[in-house]
Design a protein around this ligand. Structure first.
Ligand SMILES: [Fe+2]
Ligand SMILES: [Fe+2]
Length: 314
């Protein structure tokens, strides 16, 4: 399966240099559905996004000269462009959170220290393997949230436009760092062992990246005892729709020898977004089109409250 899928997706990767102009009025203190726990869970991840994406970008750039396949090289260059723009826009979003008194800068600085240490001590190939693991996480988070926009009920429409642009592009390039690493390291047993070791380590480190900043932000925002929000968080992440549960299920296939990111071919849903974006150049309208596609093809039922994603999708 992996060999068949290896070539798909390269023609999907396309740079869109969009300036979203996020600020504290669009990114509210509890921007994720007015819910502190879900917001701070995502904030903890987003704090690592700009620096993490620049790291993966630099890693792909270093591997470009070792590539044998020109199609992978071309996709690698588009990948670098996309991640550069994602990092820029998420820096602005994180700054808006900091303006609300949420100390994302503390998490960013700690993540940066770890990144600098790893960048200094790991070989280029090992960093390539870490990049492939990192991108598997971002692609799986994106794939779950793309199919469940209902979790963002009452979230700012322009912010949703930005987030779904990022989720779509993470999906477009989900195989690129994997294929760059595999091609650059020769696709043999050593390459396989490096990528699964990196993923095993990333699973442990990822656990800390999920849990420690999350607890810290809840504490700083005095939300640790907000039990209503905690209940909503556990429902969203573990049962309905179960973002983390689905993420957990998508973690283990990466360890298969013949795994490839496009084994999960979810191009149809991003095509609905792209079709509308190519027509209107509007990420909010493109988000509506994605919701419509999900309602028609996956039976998605959107909330009915004013200002909800349902109001956006009609
Ligand atoms: Fe990204
Ligand atoms: Fe990415």
């Amino acid at each position: 399966m992996a060999l068949v899928n290896r070539k798909i997706g390269y023609d999907e990767v396309e740079t869109r240099d969009i300036k979203f102009k996020m600020d504290a009025s669009k990114v509210s203190k509890h921007w994720f559905a007015n819910d502190p726990w879900n917001t701070h869970f995502m904030n903890g991840i987003f704090a690592a996004v700009p620096d993490g994406e620049r790291w993966v970008m630099q890693s792909v750039r270093k591997q470009l000269d070792s590539l044998t396949d020109p199609a992978i090289r071309k996709a690698g260059i588009e990948f670098i462009h996309q991640e550069r723009i994602h990092a820029r826009e998420h820096d602005i979003m994180n700054k808006a959170c900091i303006e609300h008194g949420i100390p994302l800068d503390v998490i960013e600085n700690n993540f940066k220290k770890v990144r600098v240490f790893l960048q200094k001590h790991l070989s280029d190939s090992a960093q390539g393997a870490v990049g492939a693991a990192f991108e598997h996480f971002t692609a799986t988070i994106a794939s779950v949230l793309i199919e469940h926009p209902e979790v963002f009920e009452d979230t700012n429409p322009e912010l949703l436009g930005m987030l779904y642009w990022h989720f779509v592009e993470e999906t477009e390039h989900k195989s690129v760092s994997f294929d760059v690493f595999t091609d650059a390291t020769g696709a043999g047993t050593k390459s396989y062992l490096m990528r699964v070791s990196a993923m095993a380590a990333a699973g442990v480190v990822g656990g800390f990246v999920f849990v420690v900043p999350f607890g810290y932000l809840l504490y700083k925002d005095k939300q640790l005892t907000n039990f209503a929000s905690a209940k909503r968080f556990f429902r969203t992440q573990f049962t309905n729709p179960g973002v983390l549960t689905k993420l957990g299920k998508m973690y283990f296939p990466f360890f298969r020898r013949d795994f490839h990111p496009w084994d999960d071919d979810n191009r149809a849903v991003i095509h609905a977004w792209k079709k509308e974006y190519n027509k209107s150049g509007d990420t909010t309208k493109a988000f509506h089109a994605l919701c419509d596609w999900l309602a028609e093809n996956k039976g998605l039922e959107l909330p009915k409250q004013q200002g909800s994603v349902h109001a956006l999708a009609v």
